[in-house]
Design a protein around this ligand. Structure first.
Ligand code: NAP
Length: 342
């Protein structure tokens, strides 16, 4: 049965893919924006992806919401059946003050949940992150993280973004446990999201692919990322909605982990005309570069680590069969090149 969803952060890389999935499944979407000025832009991005449906403007509307402000949240929930809370700041570089990320993430999540509770909305899908899972040590001989793991936000070197996602997801579960026991919350925990964006507003994650394709770095830092395609992340949100048994669960969405140089090899094979390096930089050198390059500095805690995340629950509960990490890299690279971004 068609339902009405409030999708927060509708200008985002992932949220636009979620909106496409929801609209094509026949649902109504209210997208939240920080300014109504971006409504036309979002409509124009979504329209070409409407599988044969011409009634987009009858099934899509917008609300102006800011994670850091109370204005508009009550009104935005009017007529809504399900809250999909994806909005959260995800900058490329970390701020001087961790609270610049933590406060909007945590307070915004609680604002969204309180407003949903006030409107009698029982179903909530939260876009959390593997950042809320992977920032701890695997102590008992396991080779990959699963949904039972929680990042320790107090661990030295934890970035503001990681703290923000961990504390926001914690706050959501605590809210549901203590203040809204009727609320059915599912957290979707994507790993590093690649794949094709729908437009040029593709946020932070594709900047890694941009950097590879530009070929300016003579060597690549030994970083490894578990990867998932954005189309699978969106599908996971839709399937979580369709499967009420996912309530009360965190679900990692992930294909496999690739080293940075393995991503570069995929891109080099697809774009042989480009000067793409696949050479590995010594870790000591990257530590020094991190002193000058804030983008490198923000991921130094993962230098040399090959963290893997289990997708067993996503396969089991959501029935997902993941697009390969290599194809997610390939699709991101192809889009960036075809669109002339690099
Ligand atoms: P994105 O493209 O940067 O989208 C973030 C969205 O949040 C944008 O719509 C942004 O609005 C909105 N937002 C940020 N601060 C806000 C505020 N103070 N008030 C209202 N809206 C605000 O990032 P994304 O990659 O799609 O990420 C979406 C969600 O997925 C986030 O929760 C992120 O933590 C999570 N996630 C992402 C990845 C990944 O690799 N991309 C992995 C795991 C989890 P504006 O357009 O106005 O800035």
């Amino acid at each position: 049965m068609p339902q009405t969803m409030l999708v927060t952060g509708a200008t985002g890389f992932i949220a636009k893919h979620i909106a496409v999935k929801l609209l094509n499944a026949g649902h109504f979407v209210r997208g939240s924006l920080r300014s109504m000025d971006r409504a036309t832009e979002v409509i124009e991005v979504l329209q070409p992806h409407m599988a044969g449906r011409r009634d987009l403007t009858e099934r899509l509307d917008f609300a102006v919401l800011d994670l850091a402000r109370d204005a508009g949240w009550v009104e935005a929930m009017d007529g809504v059946d399900v809250l999909m809370h994806t909005a959260s700041p995800f900058p490329m570089t970390q701020p001087k003050d961790d609270n610049d990320l933590i406060r909007p993430a945590v307070d915004g999540t609680l604002r969204a949940l309180r407003a949903a509770q006030g409107a009698g909305i029982k179903r909530v899908i939260l876009t959390s992150s593997s950042a809320a899972i992977i920032g701890t040590d695997l102590s008992d001989g396991r080779d990959r993280y699963d949904e039972g793991d929680w990042t320790n936000p107090d661990r030295p070197g934890t970035t503001a973004y990681t703290k923000s996602k961990t504390l926001a997801e914690r706050a959501a579960w605590e809210f549901v446990t203590h203040e809204a026991p009727d609320m059915q919350l599912t957290a979707i925990n994507p790993v590093f999201v690649l794949g094709p964006p729908l437009d040029k507003h593709y946020g932070t994650s594709l900047q890694v692919i941009e950097r590879c394709l530009r070929g300016k770095d003579p060597m690549l830092p030994q970083f490894a990322f578990p990867i998932v395609d954005v189309r699978d992340v969106a599908e996971a949100h839709l399937r979580a909605l369709e499967r009420p048994e996912t309530a009360g669960h965190r679900i990692i969405v992930a294909d496999k982990t690739l080293w940075f140089h393995e991503m570069a090899e995929v891109l080099k094979a697809d774009h042989p005309d480009r000067k793409i390096t696949t050479r590995k930089a010594p870790n000591a050198l990257v530590q020094v570069l991190g002193l000058f390059d804030p983008a490198i500095r923000s991921i130094l805690p993962t230098l040399g680590r090959f963290d893997q995340a289990s997708n067993a629950r996503a396969r089991d509960m959501l029935g997902l069969d993941f697009i390969s990490a290599e194809d997610a890299v390939r699709a991101a690279g192809a889009w960036l090149v075809e669109d002339g971004r690099v």
